[in-house]
Design a protein around this ligand. Sequence first.
Ligand SMILES: [Fe+2]
Length: 320
Amino acid sequence: MTSAPLVMVVDDEAGVRDILEEFVGSLGYRVLTADSAEEALRRIESTLPDIILTDVNMPGMSGVELTRRLKADPRLQLVPVVILTAVADLDARVAGLAAGADDFFAKPVEFIELRTRLGALARLKSLVDQLERAERVITALGLTIEARDPYTGGHCVRLSEYGVALGRALGVDADQERALGLAGYLHDLGKIAVPDHILLKPGRLDEGEQARIRTHPAVGADLVAGMRSLEAVRPLIRHHHERLDGSGYPDGLRGDQIPIGVRIVAVVDVFDALNTARPYKPAVAPVEALRVLRREADDGAWDPRVVEALAALLRGRGLL
Ligand SMILES: [Fe+2]
């Protein structure tokens, strides 16, 4: 059995803390208290709560500032934060909203309201946790697929890292940056449906075998269909073998139909494949791999901006 959700109560007034601790505890939650925002941040270092209830006006850091800090920390931003404030205190509500608060409780706290809203927040938090777990499982699956092929060791990690770096260099938004990070692990997920004797074949593939390999982007995209946390990653999986001139697969997209994220994954994927030894070919040095990419960009396959951003990245790392 999983343990009850952990609620943290932050208030400088001992009386309010005691009442809330008793209220929340009687509803079956585990409770952790802190008498200041600073104390809350210290305790969170070692114990991650599922919900945080905080007062606004406290000596030292305010509840609004505490909320802002929690929401700026990737590790904590999905933990619901509830601000306790007087109904009439509109300023505190507006500031709390701007800081990223998830909900407000009116002071003095009504037991019935507390029960209902804590229940809703706990359900929401448990759904978020499930999604995070699903994401970790599916990332591990990507690595498992990579492990089937001893020649591609480290490909996922490199693709993820290069993808994020190029995304940043080309000014994509935070969502797309996260998607690029995950796409490194998930782009070849569909290879799970390709049998070993084809995937690991040392010689040339016949037409039927090639067709089988070419199903992997669509299969992978179908595998993550319906997972809302992977919505932005799905097109990157489906289209990572498309080319700007329409000669790629599975949909033969061309030009503007291919978004920037896809262009990035495609270029990094080809670069890493060239730069890695395979049973049928030795590794090509970065400078030579880049020459190939530039030539293919001239021929219309890749976005030259992406290829040049990759060149700058490699130069910056002393690889060119
Ligand atoms: Fe692929």
